[in-house]
Every structure is written in C-alpha cells, then in structure tokens.
Design a protein around this ligand. Sequence first.
Ligand code: BGP
Length: 464
Amino acid sequence: MKYVFPDNFLWGGATAANQIEGAYLADGKGLSTADMLPNGIFGDRVERKEGDHALKDLAIDFYHRYPEDIALFAEMGFKCLRISIAWTRIFPMGDEDIPNEAGLAFYDRVLDEMAKYGIEPLVTLSHYEMPYGLVTRYGGWADRATIDCFERYARTVFERYRHKVKYWLTFNEINCALHAPFNGIGLSAQSSKQDIYQAIHHQLVASARAVRACHELIPGARIGNMIIGALMYPLSSRPADVLKSQWKNREWLYFSDVQARGAYPAYMGRLFRELGVTLDITPQDRIDLGHTVDFISFSYYMTGCVTTDEQLNQQARGNILSMVPNPHLPSSEWGWQIDPIGLRIILNELYDRYQKPLFVVENGLGAKDIIDKEGAINDDYRISYLNDHLAQIGEALQDGVEVMGYTSWGPIDLISASTAQMSKRYGFIYVDRDDAGKGSLARRRKKSFYWYADIIKSNGAHLK
Ligand code: BGP
C-alpha cells in the first residue's frame, strides 16, 4: 500500500450556498452580496433590476433537489460534506432581532438528509456572501455594527444545529478580501487601504467571536478558519526575489496568523506603516482575538511566482492574485497552474507554522466536459488531477502532518465563483445546464464518480 490515510479521515466534497442552491429569494431570503455579483466575485456590485436573470439565481437548484444530490454523495461513500449556510436565509437584511424560521428549517432538512447516510457536515458560516442590507445600511464590514450582527447570526445557527453539526468554519477564504473587496467585506474596490484593512480587522474579530460562541454553545465542536492557500515561489534564486516572495506569502498568511495565534504578527507593523494604515483595535478586540481556531482549513488550486522584475510583474496583473506564471508547470483551461507538489509544501509549511490540524476543504480541476455518443463523460483529466493532489496529501501524512480530511471542490457541477460560468465544471456529477441557463438540470455520473468512490472505499490505498 502506497499511502496510509487515518481511519477517521474525512473524505468528501465542498459546496457553497450561493453556487448551488438557487431559490435566491425563496421563503423570505434576503438579497446577499453574492446576488449582487452576477458576473463573478472580482467585480463591483451590479444593481439587480426587476425581472433580470443571473445564472446563480437558480444555480443547480440544490434548494429543491438536495435529497437526490445527497443520495449521490452517499453513493460515492462521502464521510463528509461541506456546505455553507446562506446568512440571508436566516437574517434576510442582516440586522433583524428574530431569525427567519423558514430559512432555519431548510438547513434542518438538509442536515437531516445527510444524517440519514452518516455524512458528517462541515458548515461554513459565510461563504462569499453577506446580507446586502448590511452593505446599504452600514457599509458592510466597515462598520463595527456588522460584528454584532454576525455574532448574532453565528449564535443562532450554533444553537439551532448544535446536535447536528460538529465541524464549523467561519469565513470562506477570508484572505481574499484584499483582492475582491466587495465580495469579501462589502466594500468597493476603489476603497482606501485604510478602510479595507480596518474592515478586515472587524471581520477577524467577528471570526474570533464566532469561535468563542461555538466553544461556549457546543462543547466538543471544532471550529476552523478558512484561507486561500496561495503559495508563492520566488521566480529565481536571487535573494531579492526570495525576500519578495516571503512578503507576498505574508499577505495571505497574516489572516491565519491572527486566527491561529490570536494577535497580529510583528511584520504587519511594518506593512501598515508603509501603507500609512492605522488600525483602530480596541482593548476588547485584543481579548476577542485571543479565541483562536481549533484547526486550519484552506483551499488549494494553484501556485504562482514572485519577482522583482517589473516587466514580468506587468504580465502578472490581471491574473488571480497577480501571480507570475511558473515556467515549470502546466495550466488548466482557465490558466490556473497545476502543482500537486505545492500542496505537500503548503501542508508542511502550515503545520510547521501553527502545529494545528489541517483540513483541505477545496481542491479540484475546473474543466469543460463532453458527453460522448454513449452518454458517458470520461473525465480522465480530472481523475489524474485529483489523484496527484491526493497522493501529495498521502506524502504529507508520511511527513507527519496532521490532516483531518479532504473535501474536493464542487463534487457536483456548480456555478463558478470567479467567472459565474456553468461550463467551468468541477463535479463527479454532471448537471445538465449551460452558460445561457439552458438544460434540464438532470444529474449524471461521470467516470470520476466511480473513481472517487473507489478511492474513498479503499481509504486512499488505491491512489497511484
Ligand atoms: C474558491 C472559492 C469557491 C470556488 C473555487 C473555485 O476560491 O472558495 O467558492 O468557486 O474557488 O473557483 P471558481 O469557481 O472561480 O473556479
């Protein structure tokens, strides 16, 4: 046997409410920031008009089809399913005193369905969405009032689902706010660095308060943070490139440094001085931040390079997270560079840095799939991508890294976050819908469906 995974390893898949549920105004749900980003997360808000349509409004209609989808996940042998709760189903405007019962009841039904098959839920409190009402009334996370609203929401769902959910995550890819401010913190991309870092600070305090509330309300539960794992290599061995890559990595690591260690790391002092940023951190904030996460979770899709060569840097602009392409790596159809070994590196780095258990809660290949004449979808490219990444987790386990589980992104095709497309597919399960919104929404098993079922069944022993 090549790789030995722990017996209780949480194999599964990961989803987000706004990318699967649809029913965007059903049963009292309010408009969310995700609803105001019909073209993808990197833009600024688009005002929605009466009668307009966005692909996400219906998404893959998980809201109504969840029994069928969960049955398919169970057929693959999932031990765990990552879902998110749409905050706007529970508090439609964000600042109500009383939650929306219809929204709470929906997630009861979903969680009960998972329990039928013994699938452990991993629940993200906020996956790239917040009530749009908090943006119009308070300016999103710019205002401290949003921290209280979030804590009220978190306490409501902890109390409601305390017997059903043991694993929680606070904010999805909290460290993406610098790159997609409206999506992450409800601020326009034109906002000053001062405002953006202050809003992020409020979100970090809110995350810590959710950790405290979770520990108070659900003894035995474990709550983690969630960051994008955006490992940056120096493009050359020139010390200046190496130094620059260290600082570039700190840009995304400072979030988990705060969430895992309970205070801002020293290097942020220099960064804030150079940017002219002065944070308003109250004594109570410092106490709150002391409530650190139980585990670190992250998404992993790609790595990139960093250089001090300004000409090459120009080419990197416009790429996600402004990465300079690595000449040694292939790319996906969407230009995301594929780097399985980078996953082993990042697992080791994070474990060395925090000595806390790690959870890979997103990873996968977005690709166009073709249905052949027999009706089959032979997605060998996806199988090979996933196999190679899982093999590196196997290696990291042998390195001594504690990995709690792996939930591949989009186990069923869903709407892409960055480009709002249906054709960028990640699933083991195909959904009949195209970028124009046409299709029956019927579900179909891909070749990777049977492959993943076998990997789970063998607890990783069949990885190549
Ligand atoms: C992560 C997000 C997800 C997801 C994934 C894939 O950044 O947490 O919501 O969508 O990336 O990205 P995309 O959908 O743009 O291909």
